[in-house]
Design a protein around this ligand. Structure first.
Ligand SMILES: [Zn+2]
Length: 403
């Protein structure tokens, strides 16, 4: 079976993750797809198992000695930002211009300059009602197909291969219950990136922060010099954070503060923020500045008026990957050998690989071939999944050559 055929099968599973659920997987549809994947691997003769939290792991024994255990990972859930139910993928030959998707949604040339490189190609698009799920079912399909090709070709030389399919990446829990020690791989890749050629090994340092403001409510008619309106005070806090340091004004390596969720009345205001920066020192300064703004305003309005908290979420994996830079070099070489121009871009977010890297499993991120993740305009060139399968096989070969 081709990776494209597999991808089209996997997107029919409804696997949207749910932040409000405390179970793992957060939604049953994910467990259904994970069980399907386990059975699919078993049917190929690959030792696969599923644990009680839904995680599927599999191993292909080495047929050559002295090689590292290389792993490939992908997640089965799709982003809760857009519906992932009843995904109806459609293939269109792209001849330039806009692609009307349905439901009033258009994949426009203007908003998607990458489309120009894809004239003449067949694209898999949505019907405008849902996302597509190339994030990350394309990654899953590419890994499964590479595994099938490996076991079906006894002449293909490789070390031990470890595979993992995980739930709930999109709600930040993808690695929470993943047993890295039991998985026992040396290093590997997540296959969860965008357009063909992307190799990502630098991501944000990330923290979640909150500010709580305690106000004092009194009838507005008699409020002079007495009312402390938490709404106003919150605005004062927010204004202390540099306006230029917001996602809407930043790109590449630039960090930011972002107000994410606000609830406020006269007595109490609470706002959740996220803080991001690629640079470790800048990240530390940003967190300190956030806390110092609360201190400053407490000096003005009284101790206890503002309470700020900051909690780290994940770190930039670049420091770990630089010590294992063969991962990036081999990925680049494999892509070039497959006729794909490697692109290294800093991730303005995090990946499961970033967390795994700090748990002792260095994992840069490879492209899946998809575009516009978490959106109704998500699409993937129809040939991309099978081209990425070739890249994965090439990487495996390169690690077998090294010895
Ligand atoms: Zn993803």
């Amino acid at each position: 079976m081709t990776a494209k055929e597999r991808f089209l099968k996997y997107v029919t599973f409804h696997t949207t993750s749910d932040e409000n659920s405390s179970s793992c997987p957060s939604t049953e549809g994910q467990r259904t797809l994970l069980s399907f994947l386990k059975e699919e691997l078993l049917a190929m003769g690959i030792a696969a198992e599923q644990d009680e939290n839904g995680y599927v792991t599999a191993r292909i024994p080495a047929n050559a000695e002295g090689l590292p255990v290389l792993c490939f990972l992908a997640h089965v859930d799709t982003s809760p930002a857009v519906s992932g139910e009843n995904v109806r993928p459609r293939e269109v030959v792209y001849e330039g211009g806009d692609i009307p998707l349905g439901n009033g949604v258009t994949l426009s040339e203007k908003d998607n300059p990458d489309l120009r490189e894809l004239i003449g190609e067949t694209l898999i698009v949505t019907d405008g009602n849902t996302l597509l799920g190339a994030d990350d079912k394309a990654g899953v399909a590419e890994i499964v197909t590479a595994a099938e090709r490996m076991v079906n070709d006894p002449s293909f030389r490789h070390g031990e291969i470890a595979i993992a399919f995980t739930p709930d990446e999109e709600i930040g829990r993808g690695t929470d219950l993943f047993d890295v020690e039991k998985f026992a791989a040396d290093f590997g890749y997540t296959v969860d990136g965008g357009k063909l050629g992307e190799i990502e090994y630098e991501n944000f340092n990330a923290a979640a922060a909150t500010i709580e403001v305690k106000g004092y409510s009194i009838h507005p008619g008699g409020a002079k010099n007495r009312m402390k309106n938490a709404v106003d005070l919150f605005c004062e806090f927010h204004d202390l954070l540099p306006e230029a340091d917001r996602p809407v004004h930043t790109e590449n390596y630039e960090g930011f503060y972002m107000a994410d969720e606000l609830s406020a009345d006269v007595e109490k205001a609470t706002c959740k923020y996220i803080i991001r920066d690629h640079d470790g020192e800048n990240f530390r300064r940003r967190k300190e500045f956030f806390l110092s703004c609360a201190d400053f305003l407490n000096g003005k309005y009284g101790e206890g008026t503002f309470t700020a908290t900051v909690k780290d979420s994940y770190y930039n994996m670049a420091s770990v990957i630089r010590e294992n830079f063969h991962l990036v070099e081999n990925a680049r070489k494999a892509m070039k050998d497959c006729g794909i121009e490697p692109i290294t871009v800093p991730i303005r977010g995090g990946t499961d690989g970033a967390r795994l890297s700090f748990l002792g499993l260095p994992c840069p991120n490879l492209s899946t071939g998809g575009y516009n993740f978490h959106s109704r305009t998500e699409f993937i060139p129809a040939g991309a999944p099978d081209r990425m399968t070739e890249v994965i096989l090439k990487i495996v070969s390169l690690y077998a050559e090294r010895q």
